[in-house]
Design a protein around this ligand. Structure first.
Ligand SMILES: [Ca+2]
Length: 183
């Protein structure tokens, strides 16, 4: 019995230390090969919906830094279309505390430098964003922001891809995450 108790304690310690790096979002790296676990919607647009693509050549070039617990894997989310306004979201039960929400993004083409934004929200509060018109194309960016959660309960984590009017560059996204902010 004593041995069993020690084993259980060790397991509990391992679980506790791992919590800080657990991705609270499901399928954040799109490794199911689709938007499984995400609630996907087009907003007022009949344009080309985002897809998840198998492209290990592209994901091999992704940075693995930042706080995302997920590896790049073999799949990426691809947004394209002009104009465009798309949402993906998940409901997550959160305890009060500080959280970091982030993603990897790759503005794809130099040819269409329009106002193309990908923004992360918790309960409609913008936490992190990239506007591909303001950064160099064809390189990866690790985007993140912090938010304090004050009430325990279900919260909406939402990502909006929006192209305002003109032609967007198209955007690859991957390794979306929500984690407890490390102390
Ligand atoms: Ca991936």
């Amino acid at each position: 019995m004593k041995i069993l108790l020690i084993a259980a304690s060790a397991a509990l310690l391992a679980w506790g230390s791992a919590q800080a790096s657990v991705n609270l979002l499901a399928n954040g790296s799109f490794e199911t090969g689709d938007f499984n676990a995400w609630n996907y919607s087009l907003v007022g647009s009949t344009d080309v919906p985002a897809l998840v693509y198998y492209n290990p050549t592209v994901t091999a070039g992704e940075p693995t830094g930042g706080l995302s617990p997920d590896l790049p894997g073999d799949y990426i989310g691809v947004y394209r279309g002009n104009p465009d306004n798309e949402l993906i979201q998940e409901h997550v039960y959160l305890l009060p505390g500080n959280y970091t929400l982030g993603f990897s993004a790759y503005p794809y083409s130099y040819q269409n430098p329009a106002n193309e934004k990908f923004t992360a929200y918790v309960d409609n509060i913008a936490v992190a964003s990239i506007n591909s018109a303001n950064v160099n194309a064809e390189q990866w960016y690790l985007i993140s922001g912090n938010i304090a959660i004050n009430t325990a309960g279900w919260h909406v984590v939402r990502f909006r891809y929006k192209v305002n009017g003109a032609v967007g560059r198209d955007l690859l996204v991957d390794r979306i995450y929500l984690v407890v902010t490390p102390q």
